[in-house]
Ligand binder design. Structure first.
Ligand code: HEC
Length: 193
């Protein structure tokens, strides 16, 4: 190959890179930055501490990443929560950290993967923002129960909540029906939402 031809190929390669950068990068890069910010906030915000079930590993309980952010595992039927003795204890939680019983009854951690039927796949970014801001399902449904840290994360900006939403839409969708909550005092575990 002579020098001219190499130079020509080089120019052609640059031109192609230039075109693809000019056409694709602005949108993709912006999305990628928002998603990465959402990943950062979701991780540092500890969403997975509750939304990813724990399993028993060699060194003790560890997050079951095969069920990442999918909430209380549907296979785990919980017996009625144990009654606590008089005194300053208030809450019990399951070994998975996804079922919680306290004065509000028993709540089950939600599936926040983008699964269409059992997760938040059908939610818009606004649905997500309204839910977190109001502490009500989709901004108008029933109140979201403890220990979901609504009082803390409702302080995030729209921008940050949008980023968390954008990230959640990119995680693997996991089909997992989470039980509806049980009112205080009720003994039966209802399954399915
Ligand atoms: C301490 C445990 C805990 C942490 C940490 C937590 N959640 Fe939750 N979350 C819950 C529980 C429990 C529910 C279900 C409450 C209910 O059924 O009323 C829930 C429900 C939700 C819902 C569903 C609401 C609905 O209406 O269906 C969303 C969305 C959500 N959490 C997002 C998040 C995000 C984002 C984070 C991290 C910033 C987070 N959660 C951190 C426990 C937690």
């Amino acid at each position: 190959m002579n020098r001219n031809r190499i130079a020509l190929l080089y120019v052609a390669a640059l031109w192609m890179v230039g075109v693809s950068v000019a056409e694709a990068a602005p949108v993709d890069t912006k999305d990628a930055i928002v998603i990465e910010r959402g990943r950062y906030l979701t991780t540092a915000g500890g969403c997975g501490d509750c939304h990813t079930p724990l399993k028993m590993g060699e060194r003790g309980p560890e997050p079951d990443m095969s069920r990442m952010l999918s909430g209380h595992p549907e296979y785990l039927q919980m017996p009625a929560a144990p009654a606590l003795p008089e005194g300053p204890w208030m809450v019990v939680s399951s070994a998975t950290n996804t079922a919680w019983a306290g004065p509000w009854g028993t709540s089950f951690v939600a599936n926040i993967t983008p699964d269409m039927e059992t997760g938040i796949g059908k939610w818009s970014a606004d649905d997500f923002i309204y839910t977190i801001r109001s502490g009500r399902h989709l901004g108008r449904g029933r109140q979201i129960l403890p220990p979901m840290p609504v009082p803390a994360i409702q302080n995030l900006t729209d921008e940050d909540l949008t980023a968390i939403y954008a990230y959640l839409m990119t995680v693997p969708p996991i089909e997992n029906h989470v039980p509806v909550p049980i009112a205080p005092g009720a003994a039966v575990v209802a399954v399915g939402n």
